[in-house]
Ligand binder design. Structure first.
Ligand code: ADP
Length: 480
């Protein structure tokens, strides 16, 4: 099958979160299965020089965006059996940020969506499946169906839209989006593109894609409710028959404690002694007291309300009253950087916070910590808990979305489970389960060892889920 991914980020080229990990890991797995997989991405200047040097200029064309005519170059790079195309326009993507600041996101990603579709005949690539990821690609299924499907080149293309996070929808003024994409007034009704008086890129994808997927079965159910539906739950309920929850995997080669070059010392499930060294060196590097007996809880992730940081804020004093250390790595909202900056001063030598996108430190924290805390308000899938499990770091999570599908709370009667969980979005419920985990750490090392071993032995690869996507592609196209 010929499969095209369109996305706004993808490892190893550019990453702000899990979307990049998923696109970057799934594409090569599908290619390995024998499919012709290509990925179209924006050519951000932030893409490392090392990758830019390996790109090859293919062609360029002009993109008509309302009254604008914009240059679009196509650079190409082949890696792990996948062809990556980078759409180059310095005005839109030659900026010192990836998202957000310019106030013209509708034009940047409107350009991206239009250019993806226009590039295909020039690249002589007519995919069977066009798989669009998140709101930045949301207009692609809509444009395909509204403006392109009558053309023979595009007529057979089936589209899939994957929700990686329903919170980010790409909401703009209708007039602004019309000015860029030229979608006539008749299309702006609530059953088509209009959404509470606005244009909404994600809604466009949800309405017009042939199938919708999201990144865990639980999240697929949750987003049909008002609590998790981010005002699109009605539409998602209406499309329930076309909605699939496919659990994300992780790149098990990149995240492998046995071979990971970024951690202090490699270790295996048979010989976990190296984990202690990782902990000691991490404690030292972060300015924490080096002490093997104090449990270390790590948090790595975007500092946003999604990640349950309000719960941590609420009981940070109680957590730190325990014999425990915390290490936090993340970038995001000022209220959380303020919180953890304050806490670092308050609990000097016991709590460390780093506010950066630091890939290497993230690996070191996954390897060096005893527990990984992820009390998310909502979590489409979550990769961090999977990475933690793989490194023998025990997750403490809230039972929501993908966390619910991947972490099972330890059951002291049956000995089942691979972590510790709580259900309600409540700070003291979280605190109690942290205390429970710490008690096992102090008094039941056998249980801690069992959970670590079980975590490290789990299968978090893409093997199963890639198969699920292929089944869906086959169902949509009728091809084998
Ligand atoms: P989300 O997609 O909501 O941000 P996920 O758990 O799905 O959350 O994926 C987050 C990914 O980004 C993980 O691989 C995590 O390790 C990584 N990550 C998040 N913040 C940072 C950071 N500040 N430095 C390094 N890696 C980070």
């Amino acid at each position: 099958m010929k499969i095209l991914f369109t996305a706004s980020e993808c490892v190893p080229f550019i990453k702000t979160g899990g979307l990049a990990d998923v696109v970057g890991a799934l594409a090569p797995v599908l290619a390995k299965k024998g499919h012709d997989v290509r990925v179209i991405l924006p050519m951000y200047t932030a893409i490392a020089q090392k990758w830019q040097e390996q790109m090859q200029y293919l062609l360029d064309f002009d993109v008509q965006l309302g009254w604008r005519r914009q240059y679009c170059g196509v650079q190409m790079l082949k890696k792990d059996g996948v062809i990556y195309y980078f759409l180059d326009n310095k005005y839109y993507f030659g900026r010192p940020y990836i998202y957000g600041l310019g106030g013209d996101e509708y034009e940047r990603y409107g350009f991206f969506c239009r250019a993806c579709l226009n590039a295909l005949p020039l690249l002589d690539f007519s995919p069977d499946i066009l798989h669009a990821h998140d709101w930045q690609s949301g207009m692609i299924p809509a444009l395909l169906k509204i403006q392109y499907a009558h053309l023979p080149f595009y007529a057979h293309i089936r589209s899939i839209f994957t929700i990686h996070n329903l919170q980010y929808q790409g909401i703009f003024g209708i007039k602004d989006v019309q000015d860029v994409l030229g979608l006539g007034d008749g299309l702006w009704t609530s059953d088509k593109l209009e959404c509470f008086g606005c244009a909404n890129f994600m809604k466009a994808g949800l309405v017009y894609a042939d199938a919708i997927t999201t990144v865990s079965p639980s999240y697929a159910e949750e987003i049909t409710t008002a609590y998790y539906g981010e005002r699109l739950d009605g539409l998602i309920r209406a499309r329930h028959d076309s909605l699939y929850g496919v659990l994300n995997g992780i790149d098990v080669d990149e995240y492998n404690p046995e071979t990971d070059p970024l951690i202090y010392k490699n270790y295996t499930v048979k010989d976990m002694s190296g984990k202690a060294e990782n902990k000691a060196k991490l404690q030292k590097d972060l300015g924490l007291k080096v002490d093997p007996d104090v449990p270390l809880i790590a948090m790595v992730g975007r500092l946003s309300n999604q990640k349950g940081l309000d719960l941590v804020d609420c009981v940070i004093g109680d957590i730190m009253n325990e014999k425990v250390q915390m290490a936090v790595l993340g970038m995001g909202d000022a209220r959380y950087t303020n919180l953890f900056s304050w806490a670092e001063q308050q609990y000097r030598g016991r709590l460390a916070a780093r506010f950066a996108m630091d890939h290497e430190l993230a690996h070191k924290m996954y390897a060096g910590a005893d527990f990984f805390l992820m009390p998310s308000l909502f979590e489409p899938c979550g990769l961090s808990q999977l990475i933690s499990l793989r490194y023998g770091t025990i997750p403490i999570v809230r039972e929501t979305g993908g966390l619910r599908d991947t972490v099972l709370s330890y059951n002291e009667y049956t000995q089942e489970g691979n972590g510790f969980t709580f259900l309600n979005y409540n700070a003291h419920d979280m605190l109690n389960v942290i205390r429970r985990a710490l008690e096992y750490y102090r008094e039941h090392t056998d249980v801690i060892k069992l959970l670590r071993t079980r975590g490290m032995k789990g299968d978090y690869s893409w093997t199963h889920s890639a198969g699920e996507y292929v089944k869906l592609y086959q169902k949509l196209t009728g091809k084998k």
